[in-house]
Write a protein that binds this ligand. Sequence first.
Ligand code: GDP
Length: 694
Amino acid sequence: MAVSFPINKTRNIGFIAHIDAGKTTVTERVLFVTGRIHKVGEVDEGTTTMDWMPQERERGITITAAATTTYWRDYRVNIIDTPGHVDFTAEVERSLRVLDGGIVVLDAVAGVQPQSETVWRQADTYQVPRICFVNKMDRVGASYERTIESMRRRLKANPVAIQVPVGEEATFCGVIDVLSGQATIYPNGSHGPAEVLAPEQVPVPPEYQDVFQRYRQAMIEKIVDTDEKLLIRYLEGEELGEEELRQALRRATIQRSLVPVLCGSATSGKGIHPLLDAIIDYLPSPADVPPVEGIDPKTQQTVLCFPDDSAPLAALAFKVATDPFVGRLVYLRVYSGKIKTGASVINVTKDHRERMGRLLQMHANHREELEDISAGNICAAVGLKNTFTGDTITTELRPIILEPPRFPQPVVSVAIEPKTRADQDKLTDALRKLSDEDPTFVVRFNPETAQTIMSGMGELHLEVLVDRMRREFGVAAHVGSPRVSYREAITCPVRSEGRFIRQTGGHGQYGHIWLELEPLERGSGIVFEVGLKGGSLPREYVPAVEAGVRQALDSGPLAGYPVVDLKVILVDGTYHPVDSSELAFRSAGMIAIRDGVRRGKPVLLEPIAQLEVVTSGEFLGDVLGDLGTRRALIRNIEGEGDTQVVVAMIPLGETFAYTTRLRSITRGRASFTTEFRNYQPVPESILKTIINLG
Ligand code: GDP
């Protein structure tokens, strides 16, 4: 491949969908059609190319955001794999952060489901331009129009249908492009599951003329509505050309005022060729999106990084993976400049120098060595030893820090212990490697119980990690029951004093401070400020006070959980010219916090999740009855056909082992997902039980 590839011919895209919409199948067909793999993997048979981890195959879910490069027309398409399961928040965040455009895959039977709303909202947060692929058009009950209507209603999106489906359900055989008036028809019946047959281009079939005209009219009105000049010409009765409409639709998609909607059936490969064309035609190149912002660590000023090869280097490490063959891989998105194999670079976030080893481009079934990689592109680097997800790589020319993806704090923990002594070292190694890859996976040793505690975003998240430990690292381990991570917080402001004074003979200790504590909003974390009045306390003792404060906040007065959402202001203090020391002020800080938090009317907080249960209608009553015993707050019940969807807010701890329970009360006719939302105070009535447990 050419060393430098035109940036306007590059697309960094990701398929965004919740589980089961068909994202993996669509991706497989895209890789097949673009000629990178020769046998299409079947999700149901567990042989897909993107989902390379064994447990992903078994569970049929995609966990790792692997970036795969392929080519269509003369464009380079980098596909960033995004997970559909909300337990893997870190993966969703990191992939949305680095892609320029998304393809939202919806199920033509189910339409927009509550979980599609979650992924849609996340894409909104990162301002990702989108097109939509209505998949499974072959299924009984599939409806393109109803799905588009549900996008309008539930996502508050502005969809524009740019295709008309030909045939329906079992007879679905292709699509008409509303802009060009060309139909792409796939040969029916003869294709096997492992191939995608080449389609034929034909004019609009006569029986589709009416519906085609109706769609065309609606589409043109939507497009001209986003472009004043076109609107005037349209209103004056002028015939608008295909190319100028396409360009206007492209602009509107990139500005996120319109979402073009296409359809198809991924299992049989129908609609994949036009989908690839739409990715090229409507989704942005790296040069079409606003330049990414960075911060100069010295001046704190904002620096814009334009996708220009000759600009100084700015790259973001968005994923660390352990590859069974090449070892530690750091996936990079280059925003400006160019990186050469073997170059010396600076990790600005960690403030150290690194050597860029080999650069690899990952394809569906092979790796390609690159000499260099230029702005707007994505690659995997081998040899960066101390670079982690979220770090910025630059050179001396211009040190800047790019905004890292946002990762939430883990909310569920389990204790893990090796089965034999021989497993101990392997376990330590596995835990280090896995937490290295995943910023929402945290490992900590509890010296009081001598247990290793691993924390993550949900039960499934931890299960998958334990599974990987067993398979990839050969570690046999006992795993305890999951526990939610509680927090503590004060509810009223207090002023507290910390005195650590020992002056009985010899060299004494003298540390004395006053703190003001204020509760903050949920999710604010800990804020430490210095508001010293007068020169009562030398500045040199402030870091020691802060260290003591933070240390004491690790363990709250109610049950020893971390204290959060608190502002601590150091307002006053006294010192002794001989006896004062950092140690004394650190202790004073701890004393002041212990006293202050205790008097600040502390409450215990528990993680609350949004639970979504999809059940067959006949079991709705049983599902609701059971939720009633789990402190769930029902938010919404909605049904279409025989399927009922229940959305509830529920304490995360009440969802443990829910899989088994739900299966037994619905005879396997229901599924559910949970997604962590926020922390809420534990009701008085059950506080005692939890504190005793803790
Ligand atoms: P993902 O969870 O979004 O990655 O979805 P998968 O690609 O794993 O697909 C989920 C299920 O839907 C699998 O059983 C697929 O075989 C099936 N599926 C995917 N696309 C289609 C389609 O176009 N038509 C039908 N009938 N089934 C499909």
